[in-house]
Design a protein around this ligand. Structure first.
Ligand code: UDP
Length: 320
């Protein structure tokens, strides 16, 4: 298939683009490089730098079989301070992409959605039937796009799948996580191990969990990429499928730090800090639906393997 990958210079987008190429697809990456990196675009992809809202139309007019839409603003804190950036950058841009797909007869879509659409879940693990009550603007914009996709699928026969990621981690060779503003736990802990930060702050140890720190579901980015390939291959015209993607196992912040200590051999000093606004205590996915429908199953569920791959990527980038 000839595929357009928006945001293919970013973390998850670049790993997916690499896997799509390996699976024999023709891949065009569209990315404005606002947070992505040109050197993260896999070799063998055609790269177009530009805004998805502006460029998707003319590009799709060339003729494409499908779109994988990763390009998005994704910082929760920033989304609360600058909502326009998120409603414009995520929702308006995605609507323009959907219209461009419709106008150019491109009917296959895989969309990068998020667990943030559920907000503070009442039940764990979180199923797709859980109420969607986002607690931040980022989650609200992703939910709005999901809802638009449902309408477009019903009206225009779009064959769409939204994948709601929980905590993505790990790396695939030279493709990994490198944000200019790093907020995620595992990369921060690895920066401590590399000596780039003095310590990691634990955002609260008075949560209602076993060791008092927050519990999250960490999924290997390569397992995530495989789900995108399956979603693309099995898409059904006129249907919008929504699946949660996680390992189904939760790890606490302290367990993550311990695993990073074991993998890196570094003591990783940690200090307890106040809770971070908007953090739920526990966020674990039920991935039963995607396993049942698509036959997807995480192949790298071990947190040690996930951290090891992230560590190898981080060290290689530092030339350590
Ligand atoms: N966390 C932390 N210290 C940090 C960064 C994150 O204690 O420096 C915690 C955060 O409160 C959450 C978990 O680690 O419970 C995972 O956070 P991350 O930002 O990686 O992902 P999120 O779950 O927010 O998507």
């Amino acid at each position: 298939m000839k595929l357009l990958v928006t945001g293919g210079a970013g973390y998850v987008g670049s790993v997916c683009a690499a896997r799509l190429l390996e699976a024999g697809h023709e891949v065009v990456v569209l990315d404005d490089l606002s947070t992505g990196h040109a050197d993260a675009v896999p070799e063998g992809c055609r790269f177009v730098q530009g805004d998805v809202g502006d460029v998707a139309g003319p590009l799709l007019a060339e003729g494409f079989d499908g779109v994988l839409h990763f390009a998005a603003k994704s910082l929760v804190g920033e989304s609360m301070q600058d909502p326009a950036k998120y409603w414009q950058g995520n929702v308006v841009t995605s609507l323009r992409l959907l219209d461009a797909m419709h106008e150019n007869g491109v009917h296959r879509l895989v969309f990068s959605s998020t667990a943030a659409t559920y907000g503070e879940p009442e039940q764990s693990p979180v199923r797709e039937t859980a109420p969607t009550r986002p607690t931040n603007t980022y989650g609200a914009t992703k939910l709005a796009i999901d809802q638009a996709i449902t309408s477009y699928a019903a009206a225009h026969g779009l064959a769409a799948t939204s994948l709601r990621y929980f905590n993505v981690a790990g790396a695939y060779g030279r493709f990994g996580e490198r944000h200019t503003v790093e907020t995620h736990l595992i990369p921060i802990v690895l920066q401590v191990a590399l000596g780039q930060r003095e310590q990691v702050q634990i955002y609260g140890e008075d949560w209602p969990t076993e060791d008092g720190t927050c519990v999250r579901d960490y999924i290997h980015v390569l397992d995530l990429a495989e789900a995108h390939l399956l979603a693309l291959e099995t898409s059904v015209p006129g249907r919008h499928r929504i699946y949660n993607l996680g390992n189904g196992t939760g790890f606490s912040v302290r367990q993550v730090i311990e695993t990073c200590r074991a993998v890196t051999g570094h003591p990783v000093p940690a200090a307890v800090a106040p809770r971070r606004a908007g953090d739920p205590a526990v966020l674990v996915a039920s991935s039963e639906q995607v396993q049942q429908d698509l036959g997807w199953k995480p192949q790298r569920p071990d947190l040690t393997d996930i951290v090891r791959d992230a560590w190898e990527f981080t060290r290689a980038r530092q030339g350590a």
